[in-house]
Design a protein around this ligand. Structure first.
Ligand SMILES: NC(=O)c1ccc[n+]([C@@H]2O[C@H](COP(=O)([O-])OP(=O)(O)OC[C@H]3O[C@@H](n4cnc5c(N)ncnc54)[C@H](OP(=O)(O)O)[C@@H]3O)[C@@H](O)[C@H]2O)c1
Length: 256
């Protein structure tokens, strides 16, 4: 029987792979046969996650420090991965952040720029460098991670939602540019319980979710099915798509 989800022999680079949904994707990709590089700022967290995933799957899992909002650090990360592994078959632009702010006018230029740099500039630079090499080589799959706030922004996440909206458009544009052998798709999560949601007002969230079909937030592992689909041959004709993973929520759900 063909296992369309098999990732044996593949190399996957996942930003923000040390915790939350990124970590779940790293675990799942390794369980399906990939060697995985997880990259973010906190090397201790990454090292611990890499050791646990390697131990439980028998795959090679390595940690790399990188602030994805820093153009030069992204370049250095990509160069070092190609040097060490020779190819990247799956890139997941998962790292992201949505800082709370007191009011629109109190959003500083620095905060605005950081939100754009981490959530948009990093994924662009990463995709440009990896995508062109994939295209010139054996092809691959790029998975961006946006948010349902990109199409239904809440009042406490305006800069973040704008950056995530641009991720949707980046996905479409990159899919046009990097074919025929590189697929570029996007996961669009709704509300998930991860560290990002630690600061949320959970009473308000529960009220907002009451009229929704599943009446609950997603758990981090519930991103994995869609991620595996896009990463593997199971999704071989899925390109330029944006897949909502939100339990069927149709309105604004915002934690801020
Ligand atoms: N949770 C939700 O409800 C939700 C909803 C919609 C979309 N999303 C999106 O889903 C993705 C994963 O979110 P999550 O909920 O799993 O978040 P999380 O648990 O808070 O994890 C965020 C990850 O991003 C990394 N990161 C943050 N800033 C970074 C930077 N400057 N450079 C490199 N890595 C950085 C973090 O690692 P370090 O701290 O080590 O850098 C961490 O691994 C994000 O893009 C997020 O916007 C989440």
């Amino acid at each position: 029987m063909t296992n369309y989800f098999d990732l044996t022999g593949k190399i996957a680079l996942i930003t923000g792979g040390g915790r939350g949904m990124g970590r779940e994707m790293a675990q799942a990709f390794a369980e399906h046969g990939a060697d995985v590089i997880i990259a973010s700022r906190k090397l201790d967290v990454l090292n611990a996650a890499a050791a646990e995933i390697a131990e439980s799957t028998g795959r090679r899992v390595v940690a790399r420090q990188c602030h994805v909002g820093e153009w030069d650090q992204v370049t250095a990360l990509v160069e070092s991965v190609y040097e060490e592994f020779g190819h990247i078959d799956v890139l997941v632009n998962n790292a992201g952040m949505s800082p709370l702010y007191p009011s629109l006018s109190e959003v500083s230029e620095k905060l605005w720029q950081k939100v754009i740099d981490v959530n948009l500039t990093g994924p662009f630079r990463m995709s440009a460098l990896v995508g062109e090499r994939m295209q010139a080589g054996e092809g691959g799959s790029i998975i961006n991670v946006s948010s349902t706030s990109s199409i239904r922004p809440g009042k406490a996440e305006v800069p973040y939602a704008a950056a995530k909206s641009a991720i949707n458009s980046l996905t479409t544009g990159l899919a046009q540019t990097l074919g025929p052998n590189v697929r570029v798709n996007c996961l669009m999560p709704g509300p998930f319980r991860t560290d990002i949601s630690d600061a949320w007002d959970w009473d308000a969230i529960e009220r907002m979710l009451r009229p929704t079909p599943m009446k609950r937030v997603g758990e981090a592992h519930e991103i994995v099915g869609a991620a595996l689909l896009l990463a593997s041959d199971a999704g071989s004709y899925i390109n330029g798509s944006i897949i909502r993973v939100d339990g069927g929520v149709t309105g604004v759900v915002t934690g801020g």
